[in-house]
Design a protein around this ligand. Structure first.
Ligand code: CP
Length: 332
């Protein structure tokens, strides 16, 4: 594989496609990605996966560049995979958590990222509990901003790795029935996946208790076409991909659920329920899981589970994004 770096473009608008008139600088969500651009990222990730399979899984494409992981919330998968992805491309990596930084002394988000830029950051990967925080950051710095999860809003790199994993397994995304079940109200993963999956032609079904489904998605005026189903058995009929989401148990206190036991009875993805899905159905989960609640342990670790593959694929997908944001092109 030949790796070429062009100069980064000037704005956040644009595209990662090699023939784009304006090159994309930030990845904030998938709502402004075209299907073609998503496919190009996935194709690039496949090339990156080849690199990761080599005896020495390293290239020098981003040598001299610096990535800062700027995390205001906990993370295992996303933070570690961005670090591994950047290192595989030869970049330097710095990890910053809000706890233990000058954020604790009252430094604002904008001052913090301006400081990181002044220290040489070329990429700022940000996770923040406030929806929209990465958009604010992108307005203030020249470095590329990648949204690693903002509030309930978006988690575009998770959606891309989910799309990559689905496409790798089935050879396509178009025409597949994907059921996302659980606490969709509070899920940034669900929102970004709805954009990505529908752009690539999947049939998306959202399933959960009415109190955990956002009214704006149920009425679907602001969202791409999708189906809402409150009964999990019906939702699973013929499903190719079943994606339970973590039940955020703290929401129970907010009166959104009668009890966890009731939730398990109605919405847990387990072997009995999966018998209604397509014979080739697979199970995915963005993690972290609460095994025994939204997903049974035997399903989480069973033969239909792609959950570990999702985590592994996260490195290749994040490599692809870093490479393309740097002006990289993939030929052939
Ligand atoms: N899926 C995901 O965002 O996991 P982490 O919180 O561990 O990064």
């Amino acid at each position: 594989m030949e790796l070429k770096i062009l100069s980064p473009g000037p704005t956040k608008a644009g595209s990662l496609l090699p023939d784009a008139r304006v090159r994309r600088r930030h990845v904030l969500d998938l709502d402004d990605f075209s299907a073609e651009e998503i496919e190009y990222v996935l194709n690039t990730a496949a090339r990156m996966k080849e690199i990761l399979g080599r005896p020495i899984p390293r290239v020098a494409a981003l040598r001299g560049r610096t990535l800062v992981n700027c995390f205001y919330e906990e993370s295992t998968r996303t933070r570690v995979s961005f670090e591994l992805a950047a290192k595989a491309l030869g970049a330097d990596v710095v990890n910053m958590s809000a706890a233990g930084s000058s954020v604790v002394k009252g430094e604002s988000l904008v001052d913090t990222v301006l400081t990181l830029q002044a220290l040489g950051a070329d990429f700022v990967v940000i996770r923040h509990p406030q929806s929209g925080a990465p958009y604010l950051v992108a307005r203030h710095i020249r470095a590329s901003v990648i949204n690693a999860g903002d509030g309930w809003h978006a988690h575009p790199t998770q959606a891309l790795l989910d799309l990559f994993t689905i496409r790798e397994h089935f050879g396509r995304v178009v025409g597949l029935k994907v059921v996302i079940v659980g606490d969709i109200l509070h899920s940034r993963v669900a929102r970004s996946n709805v954009w990505g999956l529908t752009k690539l032609g999947a049939q998306v079904v959202l399933c959960g208790p009415p109190t955990l489904l956002p009214p704006t998605m149920v009425s679907a005026e602001l969202w791409p076409p999708l189906t809402v189903e409150y009964d999990l058995g019906r939702a699973l009929e013929g499903a190719h991909v079943v994606m339970p989401l973590r039940l955020q148990r703290e929401r129970q206190q907010a009166g959104l659920l009668p009890s966890v036991r009731e939730y398990i009875r109605l919405y847990q993805v387990n072997a009995a329920r999966l018998s209604r899905a397509h014979p080739d159905a697979v199970v995915m989960h963005p993690g972290p899981m609460n095994e025994g609640i939204e997903i049974s342990s035997d399903v989480a670790h069973g033969s239909r589970s792609l959950i570990e593959k999702q985590v592994t694929n996260g490195v290749a997908v994040r490599m692809a994004l870093l490479y393309l944001l740097s002006g990289g092109v993939v030929e052939g």
